[in-house]
Ligand binder design. Structure first.
Ligand SMILES: [Zn+2]
Length: 92
């Protein structure tokens, strides 16, 4: 578990993170089938980011939501996938 983004991210992800509509964002936990192929994305070729557009909420909101361990509250938003900038030329 890490609450810090310490990996290479592409331009598309950077611009989504800077978007004022994005209130919070987390790298999604996912399986790393082959970290030897690429340590950045775990060998999947993609990075997955949960972009929160609503919240934080006290109760469980409708729709796609995510629990925030730090705030102990809920966010709504969506998960986006981005090509890994290290192994999948995700610079566009
Ligand atoms: Zn990669």
């Amino acid at each position: 578990m890490s609450d810090k983004i310490n990996i290479e991210i592409g331009m598309a992800m950077k611009s989504d993170l800077k978007d004022p509509a994005t209130k919070a964002a987390w790298m999604s936990e996912y399986e790393s089938p082959n970290p030897r192929v690429c340590q950045n994305c775990g060998g999947t070729g993609y990075l997955h980011l949960f972009l929160a557009s609503g919240g934080p909420f006290e109760g469980v909101p409708h729709g796609i939501s995510k629990w925030d361990e730090n705030l102990q509250k809920w966010w709504t938003g969506s998960t986006k996938s981005y090509p890994c900038p290290v192994c999948n030329s995700g610079s566009a």
